[in-house]
Design a protein around this ligand. Structure first.
Ligand code: THU
Length: 160
């Protein structure tokens, strides 16, 4: 038997102003997208914004459905649109802001497991890390330099 250990590193910033201008602007886009989310069932709104290598910004927000499992998270809405709109352009950064309409979310809220798997696919496809920044509505911002920090032992196409 041998033990396999994986270390994950996150950087945590006290607030948005500590980040570079391009990331602040990207997070502002994620916040705007969050406010437009269609989340009448959970009242939990999420916005995501992707910075593409051609400087385009692609946004997404969660889209819910009366048939609950038919809804889609903000991160996958955004990354699938980026894949469709700019199939050959690398995704450099992703900013995410999330919060409930019922209470103020003041701590960083990471993407769910299914979104991590979807983001992993694109990081592998482009063979270049995607920086991921995530926050609540206000307060600290966490940065992961690559999706790999958020999803160790991921399932990938090498086993297919
Ligand atoms: N949601 C996201 O958009 N991203 C996540 O990473 C986690 C959850 C959405 C899905 C659903 O519309 C609502 O938040 C509550 O789960």
């Amino acid at each position: 038997m041998k033990e396999v250990k994986v270390a994950s590193v996150l950087e945590v910033f006290d607030d948005l102003n500590e980040l570079s201008n391009d990331v602040q602007q990207l997070m502002e886009k994620a916040i705007e997208a969050r406010k437009q989310a269609y989340a009448p069932y959970s009242n939990f709104q999420v916005g995501a914004a992707l910075l593409m290598e051609n400087n385009e910004i692609v946004i997404g927000s969660n889209q819910e459905n009366a048939s609950y499992p038919s809804g889609l998270c903000a991160e996958r809405t955004a990354i699938y649109y980026a894949g469709a709109r700019f199939p050959k352009i690398r995704i450099l950064k992703m900013a995410i802001s999330a919060g409930s309409k019922m209470k103020l979310s003041e701590k960083p809220i990471p993407p769910c497991g299914a979104c991590r798997q979807a983001i992993a696919e694109y990081e592998i496809k482009q063979q270049f890390p995607i920086e991921i920044y995530f926050m609540g509505e206000t307060g600290k911002v966490a940065k992961s330099a690559s999706l790999k920090n958020l999803l160790p032992f991921l399932f990938d196409n090498s086993v297919l």
